[in-house]
Design a protein around this ligand. Structure first.
Ligand SMILES: [Zn+2]
Length: 126
């Protein structure tokens, strides 16, 4: 039988109240900036809407032989607040939300992503 045990990481003794006690330390993730702070301004909203009008179908769905409405303008190379990459339309691709939120995220995390066609066979690796 396999048993999983979660461990709390304790810091060295920390003064709490009247006595010294261990304090739990948790992972602190940096706060994510708001979408507006990351460059997604009203100018982006207009550019995005125009792009989706001229590129209405998800590029990844199209690669697997399906036609699905794109609702996200994805930055092919993550812009990481680089203005040139952010506004470079050659770096944009239309995606549906499921592909943006799952397939694209796996790819950005360094995984090889295999696109499976509507017939159930792999059609591409990205
Ligand atoms: Zn898609």
């Amino acid at each position: 039988m396999t048993r999983t045990i979660e461990r709390a990481v304790r810091s060295p003794q920390v003064q709490l109240g009247q006595g010294r006690q261990d304090a739990l330390v948790c992972c602190v993730m940096p706060a994510r900036l708001s979408a507006r702070s990351r460059g997604y301004t009203s100018a982006w909203d207009k550019a995005r809407a125009g792009y989706l009008r001229t590129h209405p179908h998800c590029a990844m769905c199209r690669a697997i032989g399906s036609t699905v409405e794109a609702t996200v303008v994805d930055h092919i190379v993550p812009h990481r607040r680089n203005s040139s990459l952010f506004w470079d339309k050659a770096n944009w691709q239309p995606l549906c939300k499921p592909h943006h939120d799952s397939t694209k995220q796996r790819k950005e995390n360094g995984r090889i992503v295999r696109l499976i066609g509507v017939d159930g066979w792999p059609v591409a690796e990205i």
